[in-house]
Design a protein around this ligand. Structure first.
Ligand code: MN
Length: 723
């Protein structure tokens, strides 16, 4: 709907003022048909504010710039959009083209209006470049995701429609680019939202600018054929009307003009000639309710013979965008095909204005049903995950996050990547390529250097900076969002760790073998096989990695290799026991049964997958095994100093006397030891047995503690406890 008849070229201030006054009067009149007086005043205020802000600015056509936002608002009044949307439409270019900030708009016209304006200008900033279909789809989704509020999309679509209507004044190359973008991005969005009239007008305008020659040829041909057609259309329409009256069905019957782009697409898509496409006559029958639709269908099939297989019931199964109708093709007079669409008034509203029918048919009785369906279809057709709340809430808040789970960002080449919400630049890098992820060191978001952990937002342009020697950082694991990034980082760290550990293990083993006067390269495969079987490892690398990671001791593996090879037991023995410290970690475990400490004579046993277990030489638990499985046992000895403390258990038997425990504890502290645990037995013969777990450095240290404790008069007996 055109509100203004714009005047061209520079004007005097008075002329500008008086023209605005006239336009505002017209707008008020229009709004009076559906808005409350106080809302009209708010829109009028936005009108005056925008007119003042754009004063002195002109479009390329020479029109005052204000004619554009006014026309956009005018299109929105055609959908009966609310005051906030109209204000936003009037103000949508103010922050871009003048000094006025979005904050000011918020203060003057409210937060919602400011958000709508902000949403529209964000969409304005991104440009679609690729011509791949999949990318177009991503771009559409990105726009929808960025909008969040359906009204932002509606304002943007109206903005685009007005720009398309006034495209003629632009340079041909610019015209083509905008028209193509309209065809690929905005018209499909209009279609998805069910805005059929808008969809068709956009396509028609775009067709004219993308392919001007084809458009002209087709337009002429259609015009030429029209006279002929009109007669046939009139005849069929009359026949249908009469038959409806006979059947006592109240119905509106109308002929449908095909739009040029539709004809063009049909010719191309189905390889039909012009006359084949044009010789199909289209009609629409609109009735009051659904049962009547089927009644009309039956009646029409009685009038003309239906073409088998052409009937479609979109009432029972609506199209993705909520469209409902019955479609049938009949064989009309002269054998020409006649396509008929049958629908109710309400279905017609949805078919023509889609999502906008929310606002447009507010006083409709069936509004709530319409709302519900609109809401549902918005969700389903856009593959949305459902947002909370019912349809009433939808109308109240008008905020819907169409793709709550995703963000859409640009690569430097203009390609769009969908990522899960919360993704960071590192996720983006891995989404582009594993190598980019593994080598990334920094990133630019919208041309600004940002930390890699920055969370990406819709429409961000992301550029990853790589360095050839860079490696993934384990810290990334704390913030990456995508499974791909996570698993790739883990994989990298693990492989690197393994490779390094295996190299270290190989060095340690080579040295241990050298101590036995042997070399790693002289070990036969068969020998390795035996050691692998014994240790529970699958491949040689696993054993080497284990050595590198400290899960196995190189001297132990070296001795096993020697023993399973050709070396004699005595030779290996001669090489001396394996030195242990007790600080080897997983490779050496001190047996829990006898808790050996440095200084104790010890032996080691090899357990599958558990490394070496060290027992005290005379531990009662091992006597049997040492005899029966002698080859599992290995001489070990304590290395000179370990630097750690060992837990050991002692039992102190003392006479019952006040403060005896404190005296014993004091003695232990005096000897420089910590008490980890105290346990008191029942009294017996006026004595109590106290069990301590102490931390000692070695046997000498333990002996010193015991000596000090023996000097306490109440202490009767002290001994080490073993299970
Ligand atoms: Mn604009």
């Amino acid at each position: 709907m055109q509100v203004s008849a714009p005047s061209r070229g520079p004007q005097t201030a008075e002329a500008y003022e008086s023209e605005r006054r006239l336009q505002l009067e017209k707008l008020r009149e229009l709004l009076g048909t559906y808005l409350k007086p106080e809302d009209i005043e708010r829109v009028a205020a936005a009108f005056l504010f925008s007119a003042e802000a754009h004063k002195g600015q002109f479009r390329i056509s020479g029109d005052p710039y204000f004619s554009h936002p006014l026309a956009v608002a005018g299109i929105l009044t055609g959908w009966h959009l609310d005051a906030q949307a109209l204000m936003a439409a009037l103000l949508h270019d103010v922050t871009e083209d003048t000094e006025i900030t979005n904050k000011e708009i918020g203060e003057k016209f409210g937060k919602v209006t400011a958000e709508l304006v902000d949403g529209v200008s964000k969409l304005d900033k991104i440009e679609f470049q690729s011509i791949e279909d999949a990318q177009a789809e991503n771009f559409r989704k990105m726009l929808l995701a960025m909008a969040r509020d359906v009204r932002v999309i509606l304002i943007k679509l109206a903005d685009r429609l007005h720009n398309m209507r006034t495209l003629d004044t632009l340079r041909p190359d610019k015209r083509r680019r905008i028209a193509r973008e309209t065809l690929e991005i905005y018209a499909p969005i209009a279609n998805r939202l069910g805005l059929n009239n808008l969809y068709r007008e956009m396509q028609e305008l775009a067709f004219r600018h993308v392919w001007p020659l084809r458009f002209n040829v087709l337009a002429k041909a259609v015009k030429a054929a029209r006279g002929n057609r009109r007669e046939v259309v009139g005849k069929i329409q009359q026949a249908i009307k009469e038959r409806m009256a006979e059947a006592k069905i109240e119905a509106e019957v109308m002929g449908r003009e095909k739009h040029l782009f539709g004809i063009y697409r049909k010719m191309r898509g189905k390889s039909l000639s012009f006359s084949q496409v044009l010789d199909i006559y289209g009609f629409r029958v609109i009735v009051k309710d659904v049962p009547t639709c089927y009644l009309v269908l039956g009646t029409l099939h009685g009038l003309y013979k239906p073409v088998p297989g052409k009937f479609k019931d979109y009432i029972a199964i609506p199209k993705g965008n909520g469209y409902q109708s019955l479609h049938t093709t009949l064989i009309g007079p002269y054998g020409t095909p006649v396509e008929v669409q049958i629908r109710t008034t309400e279905m017609h509203h949805v078919a023509e204005s889609g999502v906008a029918s929310h606002w447009l048919y507010k006083d409709d009785k069936s509004l709530s049903e319409l709302q519900q369906r609109t809401h549902k279809w918005l969700q389903s057709l856009l593959e949305l995950q459902s947002t909370s709340g019912d349809s009433a809430e939808f109308l109240e808040h008008l905020k819907i996050d169409l793709f709550p789970g995703e963000v859409y960002v640009f690569t430097p080449m203009g390609k769009i990547l969908p990522l899960p919400r919360g993704s960071t630049a590192v996720d983006f890098a891995y989404a582009v390529h594993t190598d980019i992820g593994n080598r990334c060191v920094a990133c630019r978001i919208n041309h600004e250097l940002m930390p890699l952990r920055t969370e990406l937002r819709n429409g961000d342009q992301v550029e990853v900076i790589t360095a050839s020697h860079a490696n993934p950082n384990p810290a990334w694991l704390s913030y990456v969002k995508t499974g791909k990034a996570r698993s790739q980082i883990r994989h990298f760290l693990k492989t690197v760790q393994q490779a390094e550990s295996a190299r270290l293990g190989e060095r340690l083993l080579a040295k241990a073998l050298a101590d036995l006067n042997a070399g790693l390269e002289t070990i036969k495969e068969a020998t390795w096989e035996k050691v692998l079987r014994e240790s529970g490892a699958k491949v040689k690398e696993e054993v080497l990695t284990d050595i590198g990671l400290g899960k196995r001791l190189a001297p132990v593996v070296a001795r096993r290799l020697m023993l399973h090879g050709e070396a004699q037991q005595a030779e290996v023995r001669a090489a001396g026991p394996v030195p242990i410290r007790g600080t080897e970690g997983m490779a050496v475990q001190l047996a829990r049964c006898c808790q050996p400490i440095p200084g104790d004579p010890v032996v080691g046993s090899i357990k599958k997958g558990q490394g070496l277990i060290v027992h005290v030489f005379d531990c009662p638990g091992i006597i049997k095994s040492r005899v029966q499985e002698a080859d599992k046992w290995l001489d070990v000895e304590w290395a000179p100093e370990s630097g750690r403390t060992f837990d050991t258990r002692i039992r102190v038997v003392a006479q019952n006397a006040p403060g005896v425990l404190a005296k014993v504890a004091g003695g232990i502290a005096e000897a420089g030891s910590n008490i980890l645990n105290v346990n008191m037995d029942e009294e017996r013969d006026a004595c109590t047995a106290i069990d301590f777990i102490l931390q000692v450095t070695d046997r000498v240290h333990l002996a010193r503690i015991m000596r000090i404790l023996r000097h306490i008069p109440e202490v009767v007996r002290i001994s080490r406890v073993r299970e």
